[in-house]
Design a protein around this ligand. Structure first.
Ligand SMILES: Cc1cc2nc3c(=O)[nH]c(=O)nc-3n(C[C@H](O)[C@H](O)[C@H](O)COP(=O)(O)OP(=O)(O)OC[C@H]3O[C@@H](n4cnc5c(N)ncnc54)[C@H](O)[C@@H]3O)c2cc1C
Ligand code: SF4
Length: 300
């Protein structure tokens, strides 16, 4: 069994107090803990204090078009207007891990999920046997040894659908409040985060009159696994769009006039890397399959 590190714990009652605590060096925000706590056991981060969102009522707001970042994925997937108007978001919440984890995991935690790589998301001894890597403890990337960047994969199930719905996140931080488009949240390097220390996602805002969107996830075991490929496809008056994730540090977007052109554009754009256990050529081939399947599932 992996030991849990010793650290302090705070559960402030207001967003302002939480921001102040998270802005301190060594502090880390804790929501459902479903990703963060295993990562602490793996020694990926060494915070000295966890600041819980548990008591922050500001993160539990829910009104048409606004979802508090502290709501669990299960709660989001049961909201009637989400199911009626943003069904791909509800579907994406239901493909994260397992129903038990969906009950603890929050939407904000999903949006802020760290990138993943088979060489990084391992216990400390496993990683150190390879000398670590650029993202943690080391000096080379095992996926692209001549590169200087990190290609760990963005793997949050809800993001492709939120992107195509045109969702924005409301962020509260030491410099004030701001609204960020989900499509602008992710960086080209798997070590980077948009969020400065102290930033907290308060809510997700969904615009009215959304396009039709379908979410699909390719994984080895449908009962629990992260995606080998995450795909969302939409159709509106201008044509078809696809957002593909789990293939690099940030999701990729492509657009075309017809489903067949969309499939070709997605296949050409996506260059999976060896960040997963499965073979790169197979994941590349499955881009075509999954985009075509998603487009075929769009309501007529
Ligand atoms: C077995 C297993 C399988 C999983 N499978 C999947 C999967 O298939 N797909 C998937 O997407 N995820 C998966 N996860 C990861 C995780 O369950 C989800 O991503 C979940 O939504 C994370 O939310 P959380 O509230 O638990 O976040 P936490 O673990 O509490 O935090 C995750 C990160 O987000 C930050 N954070 C949390 N809330 C906020 C906020 N409001 N503002 C700013 N930063 C914040 C934290 O500081 C931390 O860096 C899996 C986890 C496990 C254990
Ligand atoms: S892509 Fe390279 S640097 Fe990034 S986590 Fe994987 S091995 Fe490490």
């Amino acid at each position: 069994m992996l030991p849990f590190p010793r650290l302090d714990y705070e559960a402030p009652a207001t967003l302002d107090a939480a921001m102040r605590l998270v802005a301190e060096p060594g502090a880390k925000l804790l929501a459902g803990g479903t990703d963060l706590l295993p990562s602490l056991k793996h020694g990926l981060f060494q915070p000295s204090v966890l600041v819980s969102t548990r008591r922050l009522t500001e993160l539990r707001q829910l009104s048409r078009g606004t979802i508090g970042a502290g709501l669990s994925l299960r709660e989001v997937s049961h909201v009637p207007w989400v199911n009626a108007e943003y069904p791909a978001l509800a579907a994406a919440c239901r493909t994260v891990a397992t129903p038990t984890i969906q009950g603890m995991a929050t939407l904000g935690g999903n949006l802020a999920l760290d990138t993943r790589c088979v060489y990084y998301n391992q216990p400390e001894g496993w990683r150190k046997a390879l000398g670590g890597c650029l993202k943690c403890e080391g000096t080379i990337c095992h996926v692209a040894p001549r590169g200087t960047g990190c290609y760990a994969a963005h793997s949050a199930d809800t993001v492709p659908a939120l992107w195509l719905y045109g969702a924005r996140v409301r962020v509260h931080g030491p410099t004030g409040e701001r609204s960020v488009n989900v499509s602008a949240m992710y960086q080209a390097d798997g070590r980077d985060s948009l969020f400065a220390r102290g930033d907290i996602i308060a809510s997700v805002e969904l615009p009215p009159a959304p396009p039709a969107v379908v979410h699909r996830k390719l994984r080895l075991r449908a009962a629990i696994d992260y995606g080998q490929l995450l795909v969302a496809v939409s159709r509106d008056d201008e044509g078809y769009r696809a957002v593909i994730s789990a293939v690099g540090p940030r999701p990729l977007a492509v657009a075309a006039r017809t489903p067949a052109d969309l499939v070709d554009a997605a296949h050409a754009a996506v260059q999976p890397l060896a960040t997963h256990l499965t073979a790169v050529p197979w994941r590349k081939k499955m881009v075509r399959v999954e985009v075509a399947r998603a487009a075929a599932l769009l309501p007529s």
